[in-house]
Write a protein that binds this ligand. Structure first.
Ligand SMILES: *Cc1c(COP(=O)(O)O)cnc(C)c1O
Length: 469
């Protein structure tokens, strides 16, 4: 009996072609392949539900099916990678795309991506040119190096340089610098991938220059220093200075490289913090090569830069791996435009978004908070209460690990709605709002929220408040 009910219901499910010809489906303008996939998925789900519960009657009428199909089809056709509002106060947020780029960089990308370009064509000579030539001069200008090359990211830069100089040979590195940077980048793994043999010297907290010297053998072909950009060992610690390593390298004729990681090319002079070393300082201390990221403190596109001695950089460019890791034309365009902004420091602080956020005036934060409060207006909700608090923003991106920058926080204190439910609601809003959850409170840091995003933020908070009127 029950079996026959479900069989009858299954028979009554409309055919794919019937649904496909419904006027709202036809008028949706969505690709037929997508609509068919969405219909099949919807019908499968209904069949499954009837199978497990023969009395199942919901979502069964044609209009309901059509609505479900359209929802599914629209979802299939909407991008998965979307812009979000970063209200976390973490400026170079690794999970949220690191550095947003300057307008000039974006314009350059659009121009080069939508047209042909002289990417590998020398316009003066009418001959084949090199893609590296477009930014090498400027990279040298800012690092003080003789030559430079940019690749896909800094992990690639380290891998490529170590492979070029130490494949099947030894690279010396201090035990205090065997760092992991965000998930997949661990210095020992990168060295292993490069085909070099890693020789660890010293201990976790103390490494002396003598430890390096006694580890040197005829197989040694690179001394690697890694900037511990995302943590610091405090207390009874020491590492040889770069100058000591350089002089050791010179004595034994072994190249010295520093992986700087976060890659500032100017001294930001953040109040109350020790400055990050700049690429220029590393080169002028005598390192043969320095590597750093394009989208951390530099605030440009994802890239890795190797700057250093001309003969070394030439050797790197000739390594077949460098072809596999080469930078694309859009990144080159964005990198040139970003570096060009740095020619005037005041300009850079205004135009490079992450520098602007790092050095933002307190008055701007106050203004954003007040504007947000005004836009939200009187809150008639039992969901949460609003409180303004002082707090701290973080540079993020594995840069300036101990730096906390005073900021203003817009806090939502739970009443009827839990902090977890609020976090989820905001995260699933369109556009998603990513917040900090701290001490059972929702914290929104205005430092990483753009002025133009304040209305959207107000809309999200208001919509959430309406859930518990
Ligand atoms: C971030 C970082 C890397 C990796 O750079 P990506 O640009 O993420 O590939 C390598 N070394 C150090 C010291 C870093 O801080």
């Amino acid at each position: 009996m029950i079996k026959s009910i479900s069989q009858k219901k299954l028979k009554n499910i409309p055919a794919v072609s019937r649904i496909l010809n419904e006027s709202t489906i036809v008028e949706s303008g969505l690709p037929k392949s997508v609509l068919i996939a969405a219909i099949k998925q919807t019908l499968d789900e209904i069949r499954e539900k009837i199978g497990s519960n023969p009395m199942y009657d919901n979502e069964f009428s044609l209009p309901v099916i059509v609505k479900t199909v359209l929802l599914k089809a629209n979802k299939i056709c909407s991008p998965n990678l979307v812009r979000v509002i970063n209200a976390t106060g973490v400026i170079i947020h690794t999970n949220l795309g690191r550095s947003p780029m300057a307008d000039e960089a974006i314009d350059a990308v659009v121009d080069i991506a939508s047209n042909y370009s002289n990417l590998e064509y020398n316009l003066y000579e009418g001959t084949r040119g090199s893609r590296h030539s477009h930014i090498e001069g400027m990279l040298c200008e800012f690092t003080g190096a003789e030559a430079a090359v940019a690749v896909n990211n800094n992990a690639a830069a380290v891998l490529l340089a170590v492979n070029t100089f130490a494949k099947d040979r030894d690279v010396l590195i201090s035990r205090g610098q065997l760092v992991e940077i965000g998930g997949a980048f661990r210095i020992p793994d990168v060295i292993a991938c490069s085909g070099a043999h890693m020789v660890e010297v010293g201990t976790t907290n103390k490494t002396r220059i003598e430890d390096y010297e006694s580890a040197i053998s005829p197989r040694t072909s690179l001394l690697l220093k890694v900037h511990t950009s995302n943590y610091q060992i405090l207390g009874f610690t020491s590492q040889p200075s770069l100058e000591e390593l350089v002089s050791l390298g010179n004595n034994y004729n072994i190249p010295v490289m520093e992986d700087l990681g976060s890659g500032s090319i100017i001294d930001l002079k953040l109040p109350g913090t020790k400055s990050e070393p700049t690429a220029k300082e590393i080169i002028s201390a005598g390192a043969d090569m320095v590597t750093f990221s394009g989208d951390k403190l530099l605030g440009g596109p994802q890239a890795g830069i190797i700057a250093g001695r001309k003969d070394f950089i030439e050797k790197i460019k000739k390594n077949p791996l460098s072809r596999a890791m080469r930078i694309d034309k859009m990144t080159l365009a964005a990198m040139w435009a970003t570096l060009n902004i740095y020619r005037d420091f005041r300009n850079a602080v205004k135009k490079i978004p992450i520098l602007n956020m790092l050095l933002l005036d307190k008055a701007v934060l106050d203004k954003r908070i007040n504007r947000l409060k005004r836009k939200i207006g009187r809150l008639d909700t039992k969901a949460f209460k609003i409180r303004i608090e002082n707090g701290f923003s973080k540079p993020g991106g594995g840069a300036l690990p101990l730096t906390e920058i005073p900021t203003k926080l817009f806090c939502l204190v739970p009443e009827k709605m839990s902090a977890n439910a609020m976090e989820k609601y905001l995260r699933q809003y369109d556009p998603p709002v990513i917040v900090r959850l701290d001490n059972e409170c929702i914290l929104m840091d205005m430092r990483t929220v753009k002025d133009s995003e304040i209305p959207l933020l107000a809309e999200a908070v208001s919509a959430m408040s309406a859930l518990y009127q």
